[in-house]
Design a protein around this ligand. Structure first.
Ligand SMILES: Cc1ncc(COP(=O)(O)O)c(C=O)c1O
Length: 308
């Protein structure tokens, strides 16, 4: 069972901090009926040097890019939203948390055309542990290939992190849970590996990293971009290219990246054991570097951390 969020604290909603119980929407909101919202998932880490938000600017930039792709005008500047995000963490007194900013078309009229609907905006935070289970980071998770294909750029701007897009992710997650495993992997419309329902994916073969490029219908993950830099700085070659299902199954190591998943090894896909069936050496090196970076132990990457 997934744990319920605490019904407490303050949520920033349309310019004001309000009590958790008051942060509600009307049932006739456009966003509820048509999935017309954009959002982000961001992590704040408690470190020996204080609390830091990982790649805050990149997340805010992606949220505004997502809005642009849907012609939605967020009624606050990026700078204002950045200040609000930090303030929401502070006001809730959390040293480590998950941060969820969202902008969506609110109530005015109902009809697919949102013109005239307000763009409502909120930021909430909550304490959050490892997304895929406590032992996932160490021992890896079990996956299936979903029978649902990842949404296609011919139909939707897949690089936007938009609320409606997650119906596709939800179907894949249901399928994984129904089949008794931890997570799904979606293929793109050409049958190449795309990503997880909320994670990007990497394969390791002979100490080279491979990851699907944007052409494979992925959401360009901020953790993915960070891991590419870290891997190269560690001396590994990283190649962005289409990856076939069988290449993934034959990889030495496979892992997911994402704000929620962080760096999570995958030990099994469709009952095929990947590599040695546990976290591999390259995944271990990258995961350990990633946690050093987010925990402010790496001077070189301090520019990725924003103090709360
Ligand atoms: C569909 C999807 N792909 C990939 C990711 C990973 O992106 P990031 O590393 O920016 O969290 C996410 C999470 O935001 C996602 O929802």
């Amino acid at each position: 069972m997934v744990e319920k969020l605490p019904e407490s604290g303050k949520i920033w909603y349309n310019g004001k901090f309000i009590d958790w119980k008051d942060a509600t929407v009307h049932v006739l909101s456009h966003g509820l009926h048509y999935g017309s919202g954009v959002f982000e998932g961001i992590r704040c880490y408690a470190t020996d040097k204080g609390s830091f938000i990982f790649r805050l600017q990149e997340h805010v930039d992606r949220m505004y890019r997502s809005a642009e792709l849907y012609k939605m005008e967020i009624p606050y500047s990026k700078e204002e939203l950045t200040v609000v995000i930090k303030e929401t963490v502070r006001i809730n007194g959390l040293d480590a948390c998950y941060i969820r900013p969202i902008a969506f078309y609110g109530f005015h009229h109902l009809g697919v055309n949102p013109t005239g609907c307000p763009v409502d905006c909120a930021v909430a935070v909550w304490r959050w542990g490892t997304y895929l289970g406590d032992d996932a980071l160490e021992n890896g998770i079990r996956c299936i290939f979903s029978s649902w294909r990842r949404i296609d750029p011919k139909t939707l701007p897949v690089t936007a992190k938009a609320t409606g897009h997650y119906l596709n992710s939800m179907l894949a997650v249901h399928e994984a849970k129904d089949r008794g495993v931890d997570e799904a992997i979606l293929l793109d419309n050409n049958g190449n590996v795309a990503e997880g329902p909320g994670e990007n994916i990497f394969a390791v073969k002979n100490a080279t990293l491979y990851t699907p490029a944007v052409e494979s219908s992925i959401l360009p993950g901020i953790t993915r971009a960070s891991v590419i830099v870290l891997a190269r700085d560690l001396g590994y070659e990283v190649v962005e290219k289409p990856i076939k299902k069988e290449e993934l199954l034959a990889a030495d190591e496979v892992f997911f990246t994402g704000t929620a998943a962080e760096v999570s090894p995958i030990r099994e896909i469709d009952s095929v054991i990947i590599g040695a069936g546990k976290r591999g050496e390259v995944t271990g090196a990258i995961q350990s570097k990633f946690f050093d970076v987010v925990n402010a132990r790496e001077e070189r990457y301090m520019a990725w951390l924003e103090r709360v």
